[in-house]
Design a protein. Sequence first.
Length: 82
Amino acid sequence: MTEQEIQEQAEANVGFYRHCLTYVIVNLGLFALDYFDDGRLNWAYFPLFGWGVGLLVHYFQIKSFGLFSVEKEKERLRNKNR
């Protein structure tokens, strides 16, 4: 990996960590708001699961495991032809 690629990956990772922290803090607040409204949990699960899908997509976007990376595919083909 070049220094530029390392920098970009580090920035992507930090962005994901911030997304996770925001997800946890906001959802804790939503669960507290839902619970203290009437003593039951009625609706707080919906944003938790909806946003959780978005968080999972974000994870796979930065950690794509080479699945959708042109550079990784080129490297795989180079190694295969050796």
